[in-house]
Design a protein around this ligand. Structure first.
Ligand code: URA
Length: 500
């Protein structure tokens, strides 16, 4: 056995497959750092030469708290791992979390547990905290799928009686399918998702990785004879005078509306209720006034959400729902330079630290070239939660909407007030708009620093723009902007000394 040999382990995308690989790796003594986890469907081919020589060829006895009985079978390696039932269920849930890093984290946790480090199962531990957060997010996705799948009656010759289309946040299709199989008795149904499908023929459940042509299936799933009755009923029970938008959004988040037959009706009903409420509120005052009528901006008229006491509890927009955690800014409170990005990416979301992924590497390089130590600057983002959409198994960045930037402005303002940087460098258009509090054209601000109260504001490209366009020019511009920021900071410091 060779604990240091770098090894690539393939996972078939589920907990059972990871577990058998993880036990082989434990048996071989491979440290978490020596193992690379790869999803089988993201691999083109693996040649025998890439397989490590000391890869164990016989299966070890695999045993966790839930499968202790099963662990008593064959045992050629003699490895036995007993874990608590709490840790077993955390691992099983976290295995359904859609992130390429999940298998590595699970293995690190198992490795530490195996070496006697029980703290790893605690939410107070760094790995444990991530595991708990991922498991929690998966449990929420399970609950959501059961609550928001809508079946449409179909039942042509050779077809299931009910069809549904749903886009789950994590790999929870199998869990939900088992739930519906128990609940719907002998009625046959099919649930399609972008990642796979489940078919219940009234007696047996089949899960498949291919869901067919999503557009056709979605169109098919939308046809339903009883739907028009349901929509008429839903409209008739909606009472605009009692609309509580916050509660509505909390109980039925916007991202599920598209799966619900009543979903398309909701925005218009809310708009009607809002304008109705405004008319009633204004009517008595307006009746007594002369002069022209002034239109009220609906966005401004809406009461703003309360400010929570901590960023972790922030619910001022919906982004917290799909994020692992909020990512605050970090750096010395005395920093003279603050760099502001757009929002955390996949790595930042999982680690809770700003700029630690690929964009962070571009930024690190730019700071290094400009001669600025990373730990001398304060790094943060305009938006503190990761906004993403699922692309297969990947979480792809999605630009935050204006209202999300606006909802998060409170936290950025707090950081600016605390650090009071002499120079602010905004990376990309979102950060620039957040600092200036309006929609601006980045190109208009690229060439010269702007005064912003006591500070200088210097705008430049976002590092991920440099990654996207493979742009040497964008990288140079970021280095130059940081260099300019250093010069502006010096100039301010000299001016301050002169003034005394
Ligand atoms: N992109 C950002 O804008 N911020 C990060 O922290 C990471 C990527």
């Amino acid at each position: 056995m060779n604990g240091a040999s770098p090894s690539t382990l393939l996972v078939d995308g589920d907990y059972a497959s990871w577990r058998s690989q993880a036990l082989l790796a434990l048996a071989a003594g491979w440290t978490p750092e020596a193992v690379t986890w790869v999803e089988r469907d993201s691999i083109i081919s693996v040649t025998p030469a890439q397989m490590p020589l000391d890869y164990p060829t016989t299966a070890p006895v695999v045993c966790d708290a839930r499968t202790r009985g099963a662990g008593a079978h064959s045992d050629s390696i003699g490895l036995r791992v007993s874990i608590s039932s709490t840790l077993a269920s955390l691992l099983q849930d976290a295995a359904l979390y859609r992130s390429p890093q999940r298998w590595a984290l699970l293995y690190r946790v198992l490795w530490r547990w195996w070496h006697g480090d029980r703290a790893v199962a605690s939410a107070a531990d760094e790995d444990g905290a991530r595991l708990h957060t991922m498991a929690r997010s998966v449990r929420r996705a399970k609950h959501d799928m059961i609550a928001y799948v809508r079946f449409h009656r179909r039942g042509g010759a050779g077809m299931p009686e009910y069809l549904a289309w749903y886009e789950p946040e994590h790999d929870v299709l199998a869990y939900a399918a088992e739930h519906f199989a128990r609940r719907m008795g002998t009625s046959s149904w099919w649930i399609g998702t972008p990642q796979g499908a489940a078919l219940w023929d009234g007696a047996a459940l089949q899960l498949s990785a291919v869901s067919g042509d999503a557009a056709t299936i979605r169109a098919d799933a939308a046809v339903d004879e009883v739907e028009s009755l349901w929509l008429a009923y839903y409209k008739s029970t909606f009472n605009p005078a009692r609309l509580n938008e916050m509660a509505l959004h909390q109980h039925m988040p916007v991202r599920f509306w598209k799966h619900l037959p009543e979903g398309p009706l909701i925005p218009a009903m809310i708009a009607d209720a809002r304008s109705g409420a405004r008319r009633v509120a204004q009517a008595s005052a307006v009746r007594t006034m002369t002069g022209k009528q002034v239109a009220v901006d609906a966005q401004r008229a809406r009461p703003s959400r309360p400010i929570p006491s901590s960023l972790d509890e922030c619910r001022r927009c919906e982004l917290w729902r799909n994020a692992t955690q909020a990512v605050p800014g970090h750096g010395p409170e005395t920093a003279r330079m603050m760099l502001i990005g757009e929002q955390p990416g996949d790595h930042e979301d999982l680690t809770g630290r700003a700029f630690v992924g690929p964009a962070g590497q571009v930024l690190d390089e730019a700071l290094r070239r400009a001669g600025v130590p990373r730990d001398a600057v304060f790094l943060t983002n305009a938006v503190k939660h990761f906004k993403w959409i699922a692309h297969g198994k990947r979480r792809m960045h999605k630009t935050p909407a204006q209202r999300e930037v606006h909802a998060c402005a409170h936290w950025l303002e707090q950081e600016l007030a605390r650090v009071r940087p002499a120079v602010i460098v905004t990376l990309g258009a979102t950060a620039l708009g957040a600092v200036l509090r309006r929609n601006v054209n980045l190109q208009d601000y690229l060439h010269a620093p702007v005064r912003l109260g006591d500070a200088w504001l210097i705008a430049t490209w976002h590092p991920s723009y440099a990654l996207r366009v493979d742009g040497a020019a964008a990288r140079e511009a970021i280095v130059a902007a940081i260099g300019k920021a250093v010069a502006c900071g010096r100039q301010l410091a000299t001016a301050a000394v002169d003034a005394h």
